[in-house]
Design a protein around this ligand. Structure first.
Ligand code: XMP
Length: 507
């Protein structure tokens, strides 16, 4: 275990992620963690994160100095570096200007941190305070033009401090530096692999749940599927999964989820056919946010009703993963769209506690866990699919007829892309039923039918995206297949907008 002590910096999860990418398990704890707790956790190394404060302010987060006497290797980053200096008798000052962005880092002394690291490279800086004088026993090991103490250390005490951010990708040698700290200094063994995560989590869940009852709302998405299967590995039939089929899923999707989960794992699988209910609620509704809210609420109502039949349960499983925690608006970012599978908790379900077995995992780690657990590839690598489903890919009112048209067109589009060489470069692709009808000609007759829009994007984080440059030939082929095979479609358009200004979905 590597313990990451959080001083409120914006890159804290990134540090955890880098450490884990290097196959070392890391956990983030608040800076208020007690010394006893640290001893109990017995980490192989400790990392202090950055943070927005100044160490010399009275109320800025501090740390019990005893931590430096535990003999555990410590790496302080940014605020963490300043805190090391300040706590041990050095001096920290406010600079006149902020050092921000890519800066050349020059290594000026030998250090275990810098083995096989280029003497000069680019690092990422973001600070106003700086370390003016070092505590006794420390030496400077690197500098930048405006920061003479870009890194310093007391090798004997295994305390290292870097003013720059090695966890940020802009720091060219960042990964090597973190790796050196972990493997060279702290002598960790890289055993954080998902098979061990599964083993440990299953054990932990088993202990926590005992012989009590667990309930889970399964959406068919990667997160809730992996969470359910993980819990099922731990407690088998004590878990009941409720899968609400709201009728807004893609072609064959409900069957695939049932096939992948109900048939292969030990759990109680309850499939609720709520198609008519959702369609009724959506009758006449055209506003995107209203659609989302109705579906979100109805989903919870259906779930509650089913849960009532089961009676009291002890735990409710949620497929929350770390990015959900950020996106659900803990911060102040504006609500662009209300996401339905985050935050909405049933009020009338009798449960005592929530379990979120994937809460600390990044998406790629969740996928690895899914594969570890034997879930099929198509489910594990499923594209993101919004909770409100096809309802937000049908502009205007949602009807059974439109759903049918969209399902067919979407299936053709996805099949064609899936079988093309373009697939690995496209991160999400789907069809949208625009509410536009236009005139066409088929055979000798006039048609007046729907326009389907195709959407395909390249993105890393789904926060920004570029439209995929699919070859005309392939688009042409897809277009004629859809028009020929799907009734009531006579026109296909391709969406060539990036995000921003558009979003990935149309609603
Ligand atoms: P937008 O349309 O906001 O979508 O650019 C970004 C990503 O989020 C997905 N999305 C959702 N996912 N519940 C989800 O789990 C939702 O309500 C929801 N709405 C959009 C979208 O498919 C894209 O990948």
């Amino acid at each position: 275990l590597v313990l990451i002590i959080d001083f409120g910096g914006q890159y804290n999860q990134l540090i955890a992620r880098r450490v884990r990418d290097l196959k070392v398990y890391s956990e983030i704890v608040p800076h208020t963690v007690s010394l006893e707790r640290i001893k109990e956790l017995n980490p192989k190394a400790i990392i202090f994160t950055g943070g927005p404060n100044s160490v010399y302010e009275e109320n800025s987060p501090k740390i019990n100095k005893e931590i430096f006497n535990l003999g555990i290797p410590i790496l302080g980053i940014c605020y963490g570096a300043q805190l090391i200096a300040y706590s041990l008798g050095g001096e920290v000052k406010k600079a006149e200007t902020r050092e921000y962005g890519k800066v050349e880092l020059e290594i000026i002394a030998e250090s275990k941190l810098y083995e096989n690291v280029e003497k000069k490279s680019v690092c990422w800086m973001s600070h106003t305070d700086y370390v003016e004088s070092l505590p006794e026993g420390f030496v400077v090991t690197a500098r930048t033009e405006s920061c003479k103490t870009a890194s310093f250390e007391n090798e004997g005490k295994k305390i290292f401090a870097v003013q720059y951010h090695p966890e940020v990708l802009h720091t060219q040698e960042g990964e090597k530096i973190i790796s050196n700290f972990l493997y060279n200094v702290a002598k960790v063994n890289g055993t954080w692999i998902m098979s061990e995560f599964v083993e440990n989590k299953v054990k932990e869940l088993r202990e926590k749940i005992g012989n009590k009852k667990v309930l889970c709302a399964l959406s068919g998405g990667v997160d809730s599927s992996v969470a359910s299967v993980l819990v099922s590995k731990a407690v088998g039939n004590q878990l009941t999964c409720i899968f609400v089929d709201h009728g807004l899923l893609r072609k064959n999707e409900a069957e695939q989820v049932e096939e992948a989960i109900a048939k292969n794992y030990e759990l109680n699988f309850i499939k609720v056919d709520a198609k008519d209910r959702f369609l009724n609620k959506l009758k006449g509704i055209t506003d995107p946010e209203t659609k989302r809210k109705i579906i979100g609420e109805e989903f919870i109502r259906v779930f509650e009703e089913e849960a009532k039949k089961i009676g009291e349960v002890d735990f409710l499983v949620q497929g929350t993963i770390y990015p959900d925690v950020i996106e659900s608006g803990v911060g102040d970012s504006a609500v662009i769209k209300s996401h339905h599978n985050v935050g909405g908790l049933p009020e009338n379900v009798d449960f005592k506690e929530i379990i979120e077995p994937l809460r600390d995992l990044f998406k790629d780690e969740v996928r690895k866990v899914g594969l570890e657990l034997g879930l099929p590839h198509h489910l594990v690598f499923r594209q993101p699919f919004p909770g409100p489903g096809l309802a937000i890919r049908i502009i205007g009112e949602v009807t059974e007829e439109k759903l049918e048209i969209l399902r067919e067109a979407d299936a053709i589009f996805r099949e064609e892309i899936m079988n093309s060489v373009e697939e690995p470069n496209i991160n999400q692709y789907f069809a949208v039923l625009t509410n536009i009808k236009s005139v066409g000609v088929m055979g000798d007759g006039r048609t007046y039918d729907y326009t389907i829009a195709l959407r395909a994007v390249q993105t890393i984080d789904f926060m920004t995206a570029e439209f995929a440059q699919i070859p005309w030939e392939l688009l042409g082929h897809i277009s004629s297949r859809i028009v020929n095979e799907v009734e009531h479609v006579n026109r296909i358009v391709y969406d060539i907008t990036n995000k921003p200004p558009a979003t990935i979905e149309w609603e």
